[in-house]
Write a protein that binds this ligand. Structure first.
Ligand code: LMR
Length: 393
């Protein structure tokens, strides 16, 4: 049996995480996997999470199973966080194993409905998008997204490609903080994107892995909310890994906005079955912690305040790196770093330059040039800027 197995290709992000761990140099800089680090270089457990977890340990009287689609109070709280005070009668939802689980369940739902659907992803996108789409047996195609010259969105190219999408296809959009480029559409761009999608009849899959890391919780949800208001079918994969700092606890939710309440009920049944087929009951600890925070005004305020400090820190790192690179290169070539959103930006560097940064300077980026700005420290910036200015043509 197993002699028939082929070796699987390495995930480029996880491979870089392993390579960094194995590097004995003490001054190495990790700009690989998307995790937030504070000024001390640690990825903290957020205060509100610690408090909620303590309360949970004290108050929980049973570990018996919860609902197959997850704790309903968690799904409701997350739907409120993402969608605001919208009517929830046509929304179905299930707790998932992190944001990846939400994307997986969303795509499995698509496969159950339309096994022939093509899923259009931005070029570039998070590498696991294509991998999951292909693993569930759907066809993956790309649309134009990133303008490498400006470091912004190629909005005309994107609109031209989205106009050609067929009804019955799926368009995957990063709701905010595009991974890997940090280039997000502006409000006018989103307006054009949503109007174009409304004409195609395509179903939209929004990946919301970085809610709160761009401009704020409501601002980052705005495009998704407009899609819910305008488009008949939207699937949203939401992660609590980054914004609640719950990485290893794997809390996420898939929300589906259907044409009407009857359809939402059928979708709900399908999401529940998908959970049963994949792992029965989803993990509860992280989800319940999130639910406790969102439903307690003091904990929620504390969490939101700490998240806004994290966002401020990432933006300060962006500005500092852009300034250091301007000083060292005497050009505005890297000014885009200051205006992009979220954890990531993509360095315009060749594979050889990225290899030299890693081998000679101990600076770990993903092979496509993606760097996790949120992994930087202010102390690293002079050395990083000097290395980039020296190595990159
Ligand atoms: C990333 O893009 O680095 C994160 O989403 C972590 C992951 O699972 O790839």
């Amino acid at each position: 049996m197993f002699d028939r197995l082929k070796s699987q290709p390495e995930d480029p992000i996880l491979a870089m995480m392993e390579a960094f761990r194995a590097d004995p140099r003490t001054d190495k800089i990790d700009l690989g996997i998307g995790i937030y680090r504070d000024a001390a270089g640690t990825t903290p457990v957020m205060h509100a999470v610690k408090t909620a977890e303590r309360q949970l340990v004290e108050s929980q009287t049973t570990k018996s199973y919860t609902a197959l689609s997850g704790d309903p109070a968690f799904i409701k709280a997350m739907a409120g966080l993402v969608l605001g005070d919208r009517d929830m009668s046509r929304i179905a939802g299930a707790a998932t194993v992190g944001g990846t689980g939400a994307i997986r369940q969303g795509l499995d739902l698509v496969r159950l409905a339309r096994p022939d659907a093509r899923v259009h992803i931005p070029d570039p996108s998070w590498p696991n998008h294509r991998a999951i789409i292909q693993a569930v047996g759907l066809t993956c195609v790309t649309y134009r997204y990133f303008d490498a010259e400006t470091g912004g969105v190629d909005i005309d190219g994107m609109i031209a490609d989205l106009s050609a999408v067929r009804s019955g296809d799926v368009v995957l959009l990063h709701g905010c903080c595009h991974n890997p480029t940090g280039a997000d559409p502006n409000a006018a761009d989103w307006h054009r994107i949503i109007a174009t999608l409304a004409e195609t009849g395509a179903t939209v899959l929004v990946d919301l892995a970085y809610l709160g890391f761009g401009d704020g919780l409501d601002a980052d949800a705005e495009a998704t909310r407009q899609m819910i208001d305008t488009l008949p079918e939207v699937i949203i994969g939401v992660s609590c890994s980054k914004n609640f700092g719950l990485y290893r606890d794997r809390a996420g939710v898939v929300l589906v906005s259907a044409a009407d309440a009857d359809q939402a009920r059928v979708v709900q049944g399908n999401l529940t079955t998908l959970n049963r087929l994949a792992y029965s009951f989803p993990a509860d600890h992280g989800a319940r912690t999130v639910e406790m925070i969102l439903n307690d005004s003091a904990l929620r305020a504390d969490w939101s305040q700490q998240l806004s400090e994290m966002r401020g820190r990432i933006n300060a790192l962006r500005q500092a790196l852009a300034t250091a690179l301007r000083d060292r290169t005497g050009s505005d070539r890297y000014a885009f770093l200051g205006s992009q959103k979220g954890m990531f930006s993509r360095l315009p560097a060749s594979p050889d330059e990225i290899r030299i940064l890693r081998e000679e300077h101990g600076i770990y980026l993903i092979g496509d040039g993606r760097m996790n700005i949120a992994g930087l420290s202010q102390e690293d910036i002079p050395r990083l800027a000097q290395a980039i200015a020296t190595v990159c043509a």
